[in-house]
Every structure is written in C-alpha cells, then in structure tokens.
Design a protein around this ligand. Sequence first.
Ligand SMILES: [Zn+2]
Ligand SMILES: [Zn+2]
Length: 179
Amino acid sequence: MSFARLLSRLFFSGTPSGSPPLIEQSKYDSNCVFCDVSVQNGFDVLWEDEKLIAFRDQIPASKYHIQVIPKEHIRSIRQLRKSDVQMLKDMVKLAHQLLDELAIAGPTRKMGFHIPPFNSINHLHLHVQALPYKTLAKKAKYPVANGFKSYIKGFSWFVEAKQAISILQDDRTVGVFPC
Ligand SMILES: [Zn+2]
Ligand SMILES: [Zn+2]
C-alpha cells in the first residue's frame, strides 16, 4: 500500500463517499499504476525512500533501463515549476547512484522525460538508461534536441533531465516546442 493511501485510510476512513479528501486527490490517483509501485505489485524495485522509488523498466529499451519516480502523483514534466528543481535534482542523484552500482560508464548514461501528449503513463517518470538502445525504433522514442539561440531545448517529445532542470531554473516550463 502506498504511503498516501495508508494516510488516507488512517485519517479519512470516515469520509462520506463521493467527496474524496483533498490529500488523496492531489497526491494519489487510484487509477495510476505508478502510484502503486511495489514488489507485491510485480515491480522490480531497486530502491526507495519516503519520496522516491526506483524500479527496472519491464520492457527495457536499452541495456539497462530504470524508472525513477516521485511517490506523489505528479502528472508530467509539464506540471513542474522552478520550485520543483530540487526534486528533479534528487531524482537525478539517485539515478546516478543506481548507475554507479551497475558500473555504467558516464558517456553511456542517458536520462530524461517524455513530454505529453507523447508520454505513456501520466505519472512523472525519469527514464534512466545505459546505452546502447536495443533497436533504432526504441532509440527514436528518446530524441535529444539541443537548444539554439535562447532556447535550452529544441523541438522534441523528450527532454534530458539536465535540460529540464535548466529550463525550470530559468523560470520557464518544459514543452515539446523549443523552450
Ligand atoms: Zn500516479
Ligand atoms: Zn516515458
């Protein structure tokens, strides 16, 4: 059971049906598989603390493919603002720790986010990959578009974690178009 659900059971068990408590609406989505990541639910969990959880992708696109997600239900990278930069930095730090444990060389590390509507699951997830990709079709799902002029990122449905951090730090938001 997720922490958010446990909390809601403990504190809101008497809530009349039809009006779910605010805490549950904002932090937990009962229809979201990534809100219920656990070993019991069949995930290959590598690491977790009270805020983040990391697990192996069930259909790896590359030699190693891990997901790092916040336990809190956040829809996507589009929703993030400057105040979320620290969370992204924590996710990246954890990702590097996990890749360190796998002895993955720096240049083959890649990490980033899909940008809606080009995402699969509506719960923020950092793709953490050790290249190479298994196929060209898989590679095409994770294109990196370098910035130009004042843009940090070009046109792309994928944003590298470091690009996302720079964009948010600059008080902008992440989108498919150059930003
Ligand atoms: Zn979720
Ligand atoms: Zn994705």
